[in-house]
Design a protein around this ligand. Structure first.
Ligand code: S3P
Length: 177
């Protein structure tokens, strides 16, 4: 069932939230962001949840909010945390939720954009380059396998990416007519 939700997936720093906000504004909607949902529910930041309860607890919360969305989201723009699409249950739910757009970026783009970032627990400490490379090697094919549409986002502005997605959506709608 296609409920015309648009879901942005991709690695940390790919621009899911910025692009999602742009798309949502264009449609007079508010972006639904799974990290923000979790922070609102728990009253804690993602970093605090990782630190105080561990990654597994955060992943359970992700599964919970995704189920909630799958039960009721319609016509929404949704951006999901970079790790959410990796779990089997989540994959099914994402596919059922709507059109999945993968914002693909190269490791060097992530490293440049997230330099000095303290909000992503998985990219703290030493060897950030190696962490990004390792996670991306594993995650890239998963994101690709889920995507209805892949957008190379390294050299593009948020506006350009938003417009490209709008064009894709329009093309899809025309094909349905
Ligand atoms: C994570 C990505 C983050 C956040 C958490 C874990 C990941 O979201 O959910 O830090 O595993 O890739 P963004 O992709 O929005 O940075």
């Amino acid at each position: 069932m296609d409920r015309q939700n648009l879901i942005l997936i991709g690695f940390m720093g790919a621009g899911k939230t910025s692009v999602g906000e742009q798309l949502a504004a264009h449609r007079h909607r508010t972006l639904i962001d799974t990290d923000r949902m979790i922070e609102d529910i728990t009253g804690r930041t993602v970093a605090e949840i990782f630190q105080q309860q561990g990654e597994a607890a955060f992943r359970r919360l992700e599964g919970m909010v995704l189920k909630e969305l799958a039960a009721k989201a319609q016509g929404e723009i949704v951006s999901v945390g970079g790790g959410l699409p990796l779990w089997e249950d989540n994959k099914q739910l994402l596919k059922a939720l709507g059109k999945v757009i993968y914002l693909r970026v190269r490791p060097e783009t992530v490293i440049r954009r997230l330099q000095g970032d303290r909000t992503r627990p998985l990219l703290q400490g030493n060897d950030v380059e190696e962490k990004v490379e390792r996670l991306m090697t594993f995650r890239g094919p998963v994101y690709e396998s889920l995507a209805d549409c892949v957008i190379d986002a390294d050299e593009k502005t948020v506006m350009q990416i938003g417009q490209q997605i709008e064009r894709e959506m329009k093309r899809d709608e025309e094909e349905l007519l």
